[in-house]
Design a protein around this ligand. Sequence first.
Ligand SMILES: [Mn+2]
Length: 440
Amino acid sequence: MTRVIHTGDTHIGYAQYHSPVRRRDFLDAFAAVVDDAVDGDVDAVVHAGDLFHDRRPELPDLMGTISVLRRLDDAGIPFLAVVGNHESTRGGQWLDLFERLGLATRLGDAPTVVGDTAFYGLDHVPVSRRDDLDYAFADHDAEYAALVAHGLFEPFGYADWDTEEVLAESDVAFDAMLLGDNHTPDVAEVAGTWVTYPGSTERASASETEGRGYNLVTFDADAAGGDDRVEIRRRALDTRPFVFVEVDLREGEGESRVREQVRQHDLDDAVVLVDVTGGGDPVTPAAVEAFATDEGALIARVTDRREVETETEVDVSFADPEDAVRERLDGMSLSPAATDVEDAVRSETVSDSNVRETVKRRVEERLDDLDAFDSGGEGGNEDSASGGIDTSDGADEPSTDDADPTDSTDDADGDADADDDADTDDSDPTDGQVSMEDYL
Ligand SMILES: [Mn+2]
C-alpha cells in the first residue's frame, strides 16, 4: 500500500490584489498541506506543478518554500514534483535547485518508486510541441504506477490534452494520473485509469468559488472498499475566506443598498468581492471598498457590471483606430505614471511577453516621485487609480466563468511559447479582466 498527498497549483509568490498578506497566504497554504502530510505520516507528497506563481519567485518566497520542504524532509517524507506552466524557466528549473539541496525529486520518464508505487512525471508542454511527445516511460516492477502531469486534460473544463491518447501511447499502464493546472478539483475515470485534479490550494482567481483542498490518494489492492486499486479522497484546507456579494440594484437604489448587502456578510479578514448588476443609481466602487475594509475586510473589490450609458457620442474612425485611442487618452488626464503604463501596454515595440516586466520597471522608476501618480485633472482619477497599476496584474479582477474569446487574444501566443505563458496572461490592457481560461 502507498498513501500520498496529491497537491498542486500552489502559486507561491502571488501577491494577489497587490497584497503582501495574500502573498503570505499562498505560502501558508503550502505549509498547511505539508503539516497534514507530516501529521498523517503519508509516504510522499506529490506536487503536480505551479509551486510558484511565476518563473522569478523572490527570495522570501524561495526561503519560505525551502523551510517548508525541509520540514517535510526532516519527517522523512519525499517531495515528488513536476514543472508547471507558470514557473517554467529557460534552462534549469527551481525544482532542480531543490533536488540539488536534497529536498525534492523531479519526476520524469524513469520511475521513482515509493512503497509499492512507481511515480512518473510529465512537465507542462505547450500545445505546439505536443506532437513531439512519444510518452516513452521506462519500465518498473512496482505494484502500481501513477503519472504526475501539468496541463489541461480531458474530460475536464478547458481541456486541450487528450487523456485517452496519452494513456494509449504510454509504455506504462498507469493506475492514476495525478494532475495540476486546472484549479477546479475533480475526478473521473478514463479508459480504466483514475484521472484527478486536487485544485489550487488558495483561490488564485475570483472564479475559484468552491472550497480549497488536496487529494489523499491510496494505492492498495483493497482500495475504495475492495473494489479498486486506487482510492482518491478529498481533504479540505482552511484558507483565506472569500465573500462573494451579488447586488442586483433596482430603480432608485444605489450605494446605500450595496453597503446594506455587504454588511450582511461576515467580512472579518476576508477578501470581499462585490458584483453590482441590474439598474439603479451610480455607485462609486472605491467608496464601497473603503466601507468594506472599515468593516473588517482584508481586501474589497467592487465590479459594476451594469451597462453604462455614455451621454457623449463616441466618434471612432476605423480608418485609424490608433488616432481615436490617442484622442480619447488625451481627454482622460492620465497621470504621468499611468501614461507610462498605458504606453507599455499598447506599444507595438514592447512584446506581449515583456509587458509585465516593462510596466513593473516603469512604475518602479516613478516611485521616487509620488506626484507622478496623481492625475492631471478631474475626471481622470478613476482611470489612474484602477488602470494605472492594476493592469499589470489582471488576475485581480473577478473573472467570469464563460471564457470570452476576445479576452484571450492578447494571450494567443502564450501556448506557442511555454516560457511566456506565465507572464502574458496578465497583460490584458483593456479592463484587467481575466477569464479562467486565460488564467490557467
Ligand atoms: Mn496553476
